[in-house]
Design a protein around this ligand. Structure first.
Ligand code: GLU
Length: 547
């Protein structure tokens, strides 16, 4: 009688040992973690994918390990053109660059190939091994038969699937298999599960802690009819050979852990640690639901780029979701590299974190406030080049001038936090460009007497000197106070308000309104320095006339 594996795998000539030799044990320092992100190239990069990739990346970096990207393309129907670049480039924009596997410029590393469609032969070698050991068998069940079983199980209120009495082909002989193959029948390869329903498997999830589940009793498919592995089998073979130490993935896979642990066991492999990441949720009608690719624009990573959030802000925000200790770390170390944060899986939230755009805005304002003026300029101009050509042409007309705008109130212990995203830059810089400057309306100074405001503006225009130092400049404003009956110190005004028309704060507000069209701006001295004498005095006179 022929051997079953010769009937099913006549094409397989390599042995498991030969394959294993291609994947030597990694030489890494004690405690180093090998992690991976394993996307299917089915479309855009999802924020949840970015989140999972980031956690994998951080853990590998923190422990001096390896982070690799493996492309899981066993389902060719769902694949989209350019899907791999979309993901690798997308991640690289966020600083997540694979040590091994796929990068935007191709594959690298000694544990590949890192694309499942290129590993077909490898899976077949191990499927054959299982069959040789009686741990796998070909199953010729037709769609019709499977459907009948489903219906019967539903009627009997039994668990669905192929197990026990439903595993019809468990006892098939090689001759019977050969005959069916000769008849042109297609087949899948199923694991001959060694599980027992009454026994439970226990494992420690690095995020969720101890978990117990019944053993897997299903004769799970390992190779599909086209000879391609299922996710389960490919995961086990790949992560074993590639030396993954911790599998960090979405928690939709948690219920499959019993299948995976059983496969590791039946293959004689050591199982990796698992860490299942809760999805990012969205609040809706008082409830919570998963962010949806179809319904929520913010699910796509491209949304943030278009809206003008710097990648650094999105990363920072995701870190605050990943660890409740991150915000304290950031407060204490405003300029530290994220790599200095002691990221720990066990401190991650077990239930899905809520995605909160307001929070993202806050985090982003802080993040941008810590950037240098040059960086702000570069990033804002980059964004504008793609999404706001008018703004781009203004910003790039005189780079030094634009950088000067972003430098105002920046390099100090309490930088301003005006900008959350680059789409807000147009408004932020508007009064620095005549093309965007909106002439102030008298309304802005409604609480002041028009004659007083006019007098302040006239006096200031008369004494304004572009060459003043900041102290001289301030002193000059105070002399305007003295001449016109305003208090040069707020304190003096507060002590006897009836003796004054107002105080230095009022005078500066009137001037600020004329020069910028606003009552709240960054440091007026530097604004005026950049605008230059003509524009400062021109705007003041124009406004005074309109009052
Ligand atoms: N290709 C799987 C997915 O996209 C990967 C899961 C895993 O990381 O193992 O869900």
């Amino acid at each position: 009688m022929p051997n079953m594996s010769d009937v099913i795998f006549p094409d397989v000539t390599l042995t498991p040992d030969e394959i294993t030799q291609r994947y030597p044990q990694r030489c890494l320092p004690e405690g180093a973690q090998v992690t991976r992100f394993a996307p299917s190239p089915t479309g855009f990069l999802h924020i949840g994918g970015l989140f999972t990739a980031m956690i994998n990346y951080r853990l590998a970096k923190k422990t001096g390990g390896v982070f690799f990207i493996r492309i899981e393309d066993t389902d060719k129907k769902r694949e989209v053109e350019g899907g791999i670049e979309l993901i690798t480039k997308g991640l690289e924009d966020f600083g997540i660059i694979a040590d091994e596997g796929f990068t935007s410029t191709g594959q690298k590393g000694g544990y590949g190939p890192y694309q499942q469609s290129q590993r077909r032969d490898i899976y077949r070698v191990f499927a054959k091994k299982l069959m040789d050991e009686g741990k796998a068998y070909p199953c010729f069940m037709t769609e019709g038969e499977l459907e009948e079983i489903r219906a019967e199980q539903e009627k009997n209120k039994q668990n669905p699937g192929i197990y026990g009495q439903y595993a019809k082909y468990r006892g098939i002989t090689p001759d019977e298999a050969q005959k069916l193959i000769d008849e042109g029948r297609s087949f899948v390869v199923r694991l001959r599960s060694c599980g027992d329903e009454s026994r439970r498997i226990k494992f420690k999830d690095s995020i969720r802690g101890k978990i117990e589940m019944p053993e897997n009793i299903q004769d799970t498919v390992i190779l599909k009819a086209d000879g391609i592995p299922t996710y389960h089998f490919a995961h086990v073979i790949d992560d074993h050979l590639m030396g993954t130490t911790t599998v960090i993935r979405g928690d939709e896979w948690i219920s499959s852990v019993p299948i995976h642990l059983q496969m590791f066991y039946m293959l004689g492999f050591k199982a990796p640690n698992y860490a299942h990441v809760a999805p990012i949720m969205k609040e809706e009608n008082g409830g919570k639901r998963k962010l949806s690719k179809r319904k929520d624009p913010e699910a796509a990573v491209s949304f943030y780029r278009e809206a003008g959030y710097p990648m650094q802000s999105v990363s920072e925000y995701l870190m605050t979701i990943a660890s409740s200790a991150y915000e304290d770390f950031r407060r204490a170390n405003p300029r530290a590299d994220v790599g200095e944060f002691n990221f720990e899986l066990r401190k991650m939230s077990q239930s899905g974190a809520l995605f909160d755009l307001n929070k993202l805005n806050d985090v982003s304002k802080n993040t941008i406030s810590r950037m240098t003026a040059d960086t702000v300029y570069d990033l804002a101009a980059d964004w504008a080049k793609e999404y706001d050509a008018g703004l781009y042409s203004l910003l790039s007309r005189d780079e030094g001038y634009s950088k000067g705008i972003f430098a105002i109130d920046r390099d100090n212990p309490k930088p301003r936090k005006d900008i959350a995203k680059w789409s807000e830059v147009r408004d932020y810089v508007a009064f620095m460009f005549d093309e965007l400057f909106l002439r102030p309306s008298a309304e802005l100074l409604a609480k002041y007497d028009a004659a007083d405001a006019k007098a302040v503006l006239a006096a200031y225009a008369g004494v304004y000197d572009q060459n003043d130092s900041k102290d001289e400049w301030f002193e000059r404003m105070k002399t305007v106070c003295d001449t016109l009956g305003f208090a040069r110190e707020t304190k003096a005004y507060k002590q006897s308000p009836e003796s004054y028309k107002g105080h230095i704060g009022d005078v500066s507000t009137i001037i600020r309104a004329a020069v910028t069209g606003r009552t709240n701006t960054p440091d007026l001295y530097y604004i005026e320095q950049l605008l230059g004498y003509e524009r400062v005095v021109g705007r003041i006179k124009e406004f005074a006339e309109s009052l």
